[in-house]
Design a protein around this ligand. Structure first.
Ligand code: AMP
Length: 215
């Protein structure tokens, strides 16, 4: 499948992407995970992105498109991909459209994950992420805690609260999302590929996507 997952931070894009990858071997591509990995590794990309990320601002489109041009040409994308956190702006969506034409890839759909703002805030403040850049498993102190407090079940690394998940950074990220990313639903509606789902329950979203793919 070739799907874009749209939704505010905390809407569940990463969680849903992980479930979908298990269905047909499509890969999850999270620009946030790629950037956090680059920051931890101290690469040039990481150094350029770090300040934007800490403040909850978007990283410039050009840097993001350089990442995605390379990533979408890797062999594991042949089976399909789930884009999680990309595109985030109209210029990124337009650049992606051109890129997919060049790569002769057709998008199945853009899924907009609808979650009430209160639930989003609740999820983000209680979310914890594995600090190992190769793992980045997601937990929630209330709904899906680690078996041993503070330790990732999958790789044994430390599980932390992301620097951009303080109350202040979260409210700034949500503002940025409203201003820059929310308009993408209109863009994909015009493209004729938008599906909007109530994303309060992960399993319901996965089922809705499967049903749409099978029609
Ligand atoms: P995420 O994990 O998707 O919430 O992304 C974390 C942070 O990485 C965002 O707050 C941005 O600073 C940056 N980021 C991730 N994806 C993008 C993107 N497509 N465009 C611009 N910035 C991004």
């Amino acid at each position: 499948m070739r799907i874009i997952l749209l939704g505010a931070p905390g809407a569940g894009k990463g969680t849903i992407a992980k479930v979908l990858t298990e269905l047909d071997g499509s890969v999850q591509i999270s620009t946030g995970d790629i950037l956090r990995g680059a920051v931890q590794a101290g690469t040039e990309l990481g150094q350029k992105a770090n300040a934007f990320m800490k403040a909850g601002d978007l990283v410039p489109d050009e840097l993001i498109m350089n990442i995605m041009k390379e990533r979408l040409q890797e062999p594991d994308c042949k089976k399909g991909f789930l884009l999680d956190g990309f595109p985030r702006t109209i210029p990124q969506a337009e650049a992606l459209k051109t890129l997919l034409i060049d790569l002769e890839m057709v998008l199945d759909m853009a899924v907009s994950l609808d979650v009430p703002r209160e639930e989003i805030l609740n999820r983000l403040t209680t979310r914890r992420t594995c600090e190992n850049p190769a793992c980045q498993a997601i937990y929630n102190v209330k709904s899906s805690p680690t078996k041993i407090a503070g330790i990732c079940d999958k790789c044994g690394s430390k599980v932390i609260q992301r620097e951009d998940e303080t109350e202040e950074a979260i409210s700034h990220r949500l503002e940025t999302w409203n201003e820059k990313t929310a308009p993408l639903t209109g863009y994909y509606e015009k493209e004729g590929v938008l599906m909007t789902v109530d994303a309060t329950v992960t399993d319901d979203v996965v089922k809705a996507i499967q049903d749409r793919l099978n029609t």
